[in-house]
Design a protein around this ligand. Structure first.
Ligand code: KIV
Ligand code: ZN
Length: 523
């Protein structure tokens, strides 16, 4: 009888709420962060990096609350290499069932020049700060930022110091997405071979996607002995983003023959998380994105369709159900009742309280009156949109009428509720959206600037709903608003007003803003 040996476990460290949220415009509200953390915990993520507690009061509050609510995952916070950052981080994560402090310093020549520390001074700083962190918490992760551009001898020296000072995980970041798979593997192998005590800690890989190699680099590091992958949902993150969680997890599952590792991830929850992160961050997932893109399981060409109908494995290496994509997309219509809606939403991963379900049901009926068939994507957009408006919002879109066409002027008539009082105006513009935004600006003067305006059709057909994302910037604060409607101009104005409401909420908070990072990486 042959006995199957257990495969080595690769820990999944999700940093959507820290590195992902650092992406300009991807800021999330407190409640959104709690929701995403809850879903990550439920999906089986081993470690959630919940934020950078010293960065702002908002980050601190979110990390503390996520720590308090954590059930299975370890909750980690980021701290620079100084006692103040580490103490603040500990104050936030200490509430978790399993807390972790993650402290880092840039070790490459370029990064050493910023705090103006020579190699010996930096080595001493690493020793002191890791020791301090370890005195507070049993679980300490240390990262030499820009490790892939750090001299090998110095990298080995610093890693050895961190291990001796008590670090339990050593993370090797490819901070600027510079490395290549072969090099990524060699670096981990070199550290495991040369650093005394390396066999006593877990090595992690943290890759950025600047050259499109983050997934390959992370998997190569695992083959060389790394046992923790740092990643984000949808690959969200600064610049070209981080390693995408869904890609590494599914690669290890689908190619388990050559990547014989296991993770604790329930892959059937991937699609729902991808949709929620896309919706709350305002970062749409590109259609041809691996695993979670809209086209990832679509077969358009005749040859492919024919093959898939005869034997699904001809053109599919994984099943849509594996990532939680329901195999059938049966449309709902105006005759569908509340129970059918509840069960459909449950299938899509949404468990709504009765009052929320009632609100969504009213909107579903209105949509079904306008649109013959309501698809899964429509319902997902509807639920996401429901979460963007609140009766207590300072600004409320009450009425909008636009005139557009080949002959100008393009005009918008708008009634906006401002602090409970209705105000109306007319405005013109270069097009209907421009005219409507001008009307908002006439009624509610502000100096936020528009950074992004994006429209996506939720489904096919001219009656499709449009989801609109609007990103605004005001005094360094960035807020993203989203909305969905079958009328693109209505969705646009609602998304604009949603972004303004989020800026207003942050402005009104006496505490520093939740997503204005008041610190830089300068140590
Ligand atoms: O990319 C990076 O180097 C980081 C560190 C803070 C770990 O995100
Ligand atoms: Zn990073």
């Amino acid at each position: 009888m042959t006995q199957k040996t257990a495969q080595p476990r690769v820990l999944i460290f999700d940093t959507t709420l820290r590195d992902g949220e650092q992406s300009p415009g991807a800021t999330m509200t407190h409640d959104e962060k709690l929701e995403i953390a809850g879903l990550l915990d439920e999906m089986g993520v081993d470690i959630i990096e919940a934020g950078f507690p010293i960065a702002s009061e908002g980050d601190f509050a979110a990390v503390s609350e996520i720590a308090k609510r954590s059930r299975n995952s370890t909750i980690c916070g980021l701290a620079r290499a100084n006692f103040k950052d580490i103490d603040r981080c500990w104050e936030a994560v200490k509430h978790a069932r399993s807390p972790r402090i993650h402290t880092f310093i840039g070790t490459s020549p370029l990064h050493r020049a910023i705090p103006n520390l020579d190699m010996d001074q930096m080595a001493e700083r690493i020793h002191d700060t890791v020791t301090h962190a370890r005195n507070l918490c049993d679980n300490v992760q240390w990262s030499p930022m820009d490790a892939t551009r750090t001299e090998h001898d110095y990298l080995c020296r610093t890693v050895e110091i961190a291990i001796k000072a008590g670090a339990t995980t050593i993370n090797i970041p490819d901070t600027v997405g510079y490395t290549y798979p072969f090099e990524s593997a060699k670096l981990i192998a070199m550290l495991l071979e040369r650093v005394p005590g390396a066999d006593k800690v877990i090595f992690a890989t943290h890759c950025h996607n600047d050259l499109g190699m983050a997934t390959a680099n992370a998997l190569a590091a695992v083959e060389a002995g790394a046992r923790q992958i740092e990643c984000t949902i949808n690959g969200l993150g600064e610049r070209a983003g981080n390693t995408a969680l869904e890609e590494v997890v599914m690669a290890m599952r689908v190619r388990n023959d050559i990547l014989p590792y296991q993770t604790g991830i329930d892959t059937s929850k991937i699609m729902n998380l991808s949709r929620r992160v896309s919706s709350v961050s305002g970062f749409a997932v590109q259609f041809n994105k691996a695993i979670v893109g809209k086209n990832a399981f679509l077969h358009e060409s005749g040859i492919h369709q024919d093959g898939v109908l005869k034997n699904v494995q001809t053109f599919e290496i994984m099943r849509p159900e594996d990532i939680g994509l329901t195999a059938t997309n049966i449309a709902m219509g105006k005759h569908s009742g509340r129970a059918a809606l509840r069960s459909k939403l449950k299938e899509l991963g949404f468990e709504l309280a009765d009052n929320q379900l009632n609100d969504v049901f009213v909107r579903f009926k209105a949509l079904a009156d306008r649109k013959k068939e309501v698809y899964d994507e429509d319902l997902i957009a509807l639920v996401a949109d429901e979460a963007t408006s609140d009766d207590n919002d300072h600004l409320q879109v009450k009425r909008l009428r636009v005139v557009c066409g080949t002959e100008g002027p393009r005009e918008a008539e708008l009634t906006l509720g401002i602090g409970g009082v209705d105000f109306s105006t007319d405005a013109t513009g270069d097009g209907p959206v421009d005219a409507a935004f001008n009307a908002v600006n006439m009624l509610y003067a502000h100096h936020a600037t528009l950074q992004l305006y994006q429209v996506h059709a939720v489904t096919e057909g001219t009656d499709a709903q449009a989801t609109v994302s609007v990103r605004l910037e005001e005094d360094g604060r960035i807020a993203t608003g989203t909305s969905a409607d079958t009328d693109t101009v209505v969705a646009s104005v609602k998304a604009y007003v949603h972004a303004l409401n989020r800026l207003i909420q942050r402005r009104m908070k006496s505490a520093p803003d939740s997503d204005v990072k008041t610190v830089s990486y300068k140590q």
